[in-house]
Structure formats: C-alpha cells, structure tokens
Design a binder for this molecule. Structure first.
Ligand code: ADE
Length: 275
C-alpha cells in the first residue's frame, strides 16, 4: 500500500518510523511519504491560512496549496483496477491504484474497525491534515471529481489538527495488511472483530498479590474456555458498550448468550427469537 500524508508539521508523523509500522515500511509492505504542505506555497511567508468568509474565530487553510498538493499526489487519470498479476519484482515506487483521500476532522464520519478493513483494501491513501478551523471545503469538492474523498473523525473530541488522527487511522489499517502483524490469529479474537469487546486476559504467575487467574483458563478444557470467554465478552459489552450489543445483527445471539445476559441483569429485547 502507498500512503501520502500532507501536513504543515511533518515531524508530528515521526512515530511512523517505529515499531511494527516502521518494520512494515522497511519490509516494503507500506510505502509512506510525508509531505510538507508549505512546499506548495509560493509567497515569501509560505502562507497556508487566511480569515474565514462569513466571520468567526480562527483561521481557515487556503485552497491553493492544498489544491496543488492533491494535484501532485492524486493522479488525474485513475487506473480502473489494479493489475491482475503483480510484477515479479516490486518497483521502488509502486504505481498507485485508485486513490482514496482521507481528511481527518472532528466533523467527519466516525472511524470504525469496519472502515479500517475498507481502507486496508485500498492501494493508495492520501491523508490531508488540516489545522486551525479546517481546510477550505472547495478543495475536497474539487478532488471528489477524481478520487473517493472521506472526512473521518476518530472520536467526539477536538484535536489541534489531523496528524494524531492519521497516526491512529494508519496504525489501525496497517495491522490489517497481510504480513504486518506477526500472528494473524490476534485479529480474530480482538475487540470489535465480532461486534463484541475482547475478554479479560491473564498470564503467569497463576497467583499474583493474592489474586488468582480464573480457574477455567487453567483447566485445559477448550470448550469451557471458549464459552467462558464468550460470556465475559457479552457481559463486558453489555456494561461498557450497550450500543454495540444493540447493533448486533439478528441471529448473532443464541439461547445460551441470552441466558447469560439476562442472568447478568441485561434483558435482551426479542430474546424469545434466539436459536
Ligand atoms: N482533527 C481534530 N479533531 C479530530 C478528530 N476528533 N478526529 C479526526 N480529526 C480531527
């Protein structure tokens, strides 16, 4: 996957050299380039912002440098599809497939694990990190003619700019790319994989500061362990994220699940329909 990030603070993205993302970059699985937006300014002060039309506090990022940046990074002629067969040797700069432009903003659609899977299937992501009160909307209205543009929020709070959101989104997406996570099984049992939160986890020693690891996890009985984990996931989700439980597709809960939730004091609407 190729990733281009445009920002006025390139140093903010330096964690992308570290840990598993750094390793994926070194291994050629991820080609990330961070660009300084001011490279596309032409005045002596390298201006990127101006006062908002209509009045109001703060500054808005001007469209000209952003337009030039997206012209340079998002090809006007988008390839219809990626090639059927990859070339035998990956080229140093892999040719991008269709580009997806991501604009992190608190006014965007909520970022979810499902969206991360969608982005992980793309060939080319271009992140536009806004600062101040945001970027002139015409930049994205214009880019939408040649790329899929998504405004995405990582949560209901306001950051100084999009850079930290890019780190969050890229970390979530890159661990879904084939070969980036050492053990792909980790993806199956983690929080949000099946619409439920992950269960509590334990390691050695079996007793620590007078606290024991639950007996079932030491029993070696895999069916009991699986059932215990499912029960914990259901109850934890009911307490912490009832919205996730309510959003589960019909037929996801069986009679035993319903009994666990009801026994825990969480009545399940439509429970008599469970298999
Ligand atoms: N920029 C500022 N706040 C943000 C948020 N919550 N999500 C994404 N981008 C942002």
């Amino acid at each position: 996957m190729r990733v281009d990030i445009v920002t006025i603070f390139p140093e903010y993205l330096s964690p992308l050299d570290l840990s598993l993302i750094g390793r994926a970059r070194a291994a050629g699985q991820l080609h990330i380039t961070v660009h300084d937006l001011r490279r596309w300014t032409h005045d002596v002060h390298r201006t990127v912002d101006d006062t908002p039309y209509g009045g109001g506090p703060g500054m808005v990022m001007r469209p000209e440098p952003w337009g030039a940046a997206l012209d340079a990074l998002v090809p006007a002629e988008q390839p219809a599809e990626r090639p059927a067969e990859p070339p035998p040797e990956p080229p140093a700069e892999p040719p991008p497939g269709p580009s997806r432009v991501i604009v992190p903003t608190p006014a965007g659609s909520p970022f979810t694990q499902a969206m991360a899977h969608e982005l992980a299937a793309e060939d080319h992501l271009v992140f536009a990190c806004g600062r101040y009160e945001g970027i002139d909307q015409r930049v994205f209205d214009h880019a939408a003619a040649r790329a899929n543009v998504s405004e995405i929020s990582i949560g209901d709070y306001v950051l100084f700019g999009g850079e930290v959101a890019v780190l969050v989104i890229l970390e979530t997406v890159s661990r879904l790319l084939p070969g980036v996570l050492g053990n792909a099984d980790s993806l199956v049992e983690e929080s949000h994989a099946d619409g439920l939160l992950e269960t509590p986890v334990y390691t050695k020693p079996a007793t620590w500061r007078g606290l024991d690891v639950p007996e079932v996890l030491r029993s070696g009985d895999h069916a009991r362990i699986a059932r215990w984990r499912r029960d914990q996931a259901l109850l934890r989700t009911a307490v912490r994220r009832p919205d996730l439980l309510a959003a589960l597709p019909p037929d996801t809960l069986d009679k035993r699940d319903v009994a666990v939730l009801t026994g825990g004091g969480f009545p399940v609407p439509g429970a008599d329909m469970a298999k």
